[in-house]
Design a protein. Structure first.
Length: 487
């Protein structure tokens, strides 16, 4: 028996312009300025200008009909309506403007620690070593394999294979091992380790030798399992030392950083300048939001290009070269007008999204108490402003806002909801803050295991399972109770 099936498939493809707009929205202020300069360098029809020089927004007053410019479609110069590209103004402009930013914001910059230069800094350190071309290529490949915590998670044998298959570099394990020793000489100490034991040993071996440093090295090399399990009595007996001597050796280990990449990110050497995309101020008890003025440049279409159009229009004899030129001019004018419109849409999207977030979290922004952050997911804001969740995500993931309580990454204000014992929705941020406070106040000689932490939070009105406590603790980068124990 033959069966007929009718399948309907609905698909939506983004135009190249829509994709470019999404990319513009995602850019933070500094990256946006760089993108703006690139566009102006590539398109001579796009120029910057002072708003005060122009009295009329030609973009709003000109009638401009878009052309369907398929890549394969030839544009006949005779079909181009030249008047669409000419303005009645003596000095036409297509500037963007927005009235919710201040010129005072233009140069605002805040120091903010970030790890964006981590790998580049390691590469720069490699330049101080005398290496052959092949050795340098291997060493740089190893640097590229270092994760954000400072570790190389691949075995030497696997790295040899990776070099052959991805880089066409054919070498052996001995050479890779030798280059790994070079990586281990880089700062921060411990970077490039393959596991925690090696990471801690690398740091200790860079220290000035002493009685307690030597004992700490011996413990890590030969009694690492007993150390991780906090079997201090066994260690004291093994090495024939007093508890005080052992305590000093353990203290040498505790001063080390198990995540050298993470500590490097927070060091002053990697402090980069982050320009807040927004600023929130409190004025007479009311919140005020401003968009950094550097996101609202004044742009217009080049007068020279419009004059070229005028010259072509009045010309009696239109040569083939002139027709080719006017096609080029039209392409540049179209691109300039689209880019100016895209910037305006970007400004509006950024402002309405952040404005919705500010009012949603009004209680927090008024006094800075993180426990007052309400549960908020991307869909909550998307529904408020009528934008796609992906658009809100692009704003939240890459933008910073200056508040009276410091410069914050916007995505930090988003969190899921959990119910307290009153049946009320509370933010997971609030629960994590309380968990952090409980752990900071515990007796470090008898740290609280996760089941006891769950009981304490339950007593405070937050009925949370032990496995959830463990998840939040890991997200807060807090080790298990055994690892928090002090002698």
């Amino acid at each position: 028996m033959l069966k007929q099936h009718l399948n309907l498939k609905l698909s939506q493809k983004l135009s190249p312009q829509q994709i470019q707009l999404m990319k513009l929205i995602q850019l933070p202020t500094q990256a946006f300025e760089q993108r703006l300069m690139e566009e102006m360098n590539e398109n001579p029809a796009l120029e910057s200008g002072n708003e005060d020089e122009f009295e009329k927004d030609a973009y709003e007053n000109d009638s401009y009909d878009e052309y369907d410019n398929d890549d394969n479609e030839h544009i006949d110069a005779d079909d181009i309506n030249i008047d669409e590209y000419l303005s009645n103004d003596e000095t036409p402009d297509y500037k963007t403007q927005i009235n919710n930013y201040s010129d005072d914001d233009d140069d605002r910059e805040s120091p903010y620690a970030a790890a964006v230069s981590f790998h580049q800094d390691l590469i720069n350190q490699l330049n101080t070593f005398i290496l052959s071309e092949n050795e340098r290529a291997i060493a740089e490949f190893l640097v590229g394999m270092i994760d954000d915590m400072g570790y190389i998670r691949r075995s030497i044998a696997d790295i040899v294979d990776d070099l052959a298959f991805t880089q066409a570099i054919y070498t052996d394990e001995k050479t890779v091992e030798r280059m790994l020793h070079v990586i281990h000489e880089l700062e921060p100490s411990g970077v490039g380790a393959r596991d925690l034991q090696e990471c801690l040993l690398l740091q200790l071996k860079h220290k000035t030798p002493s009685e307690y440093v030597d004992l700490a090295i011996d413990i890590l090399e030969n009694q690492f399992d007993a150390f991780t399990k906090k079997h201090y009595d066994k260690l004291a007996q093994k090495y024939g030392v007093s508890n005080e001597q052992l305590k000093k050796a353990i203290h040498e280990i505790e001063k080390l950083n198990p995540k050298p990449g993470g500590s490097f990110a927070g060091s002053s050497r990697l402090t980069e300048t982050v320009v807040p995309d927004f600023a929130i101020r409190i004025n007479n008890g009311e919140l005020e939001l401003t968009l950094n003025g550097r996101n609202a440049p004044s742009l217009h279409v080049s007068r020279d290009y419009q004059e070229m159009m005028q010259t072509y229009k009045v010309s009696r004899d239109k040569s083939s070269q002139q027709k080719e030129a006017v096609q080029f001019i039209k392409q540049k004018l179209d691109a300039a007008k689209w880019f100016i419109d895209a910037i305006k849409q970007r400004q509006e999207t950024l402002f309405v999204t952040m404005n919705a977030i500010m009012h949603y979290q009004e209680e927090y922004f008024l006094d800075g108490d993180e426990t007052k952050l309400k549960p908020m997911i991307l869909k909550d804001i998307a529904d408020l402003v009528g934008l796609d969740i992906s658009t809100v995500s692009r704003v939240a993931n890459s933008k910073y806002v200056e508040t009276p309580y410091g410069t914050k990454l916007i995505k930090e204000f988003f969190s899921e909801a959990m119910k307290n014992d009153q049946g009320e929705d509370v933010s997971t941020i609030e629960i994590k803050k309380i968990l952090q406070d409980v752990i900071s106040e515990e007796d470090k000689h008898k740290p609280l295991p996760d089941d006891q932490l769950a009981e304490i939070l339950k007593e405070r009105g937050y009925p949370i399972a032990r496995r959830t406590i463990a998840k939040y603790r890991e997200q807060l980068d807090i080790p298990v109770a055994r690892m928090r124990k002090k002698m």
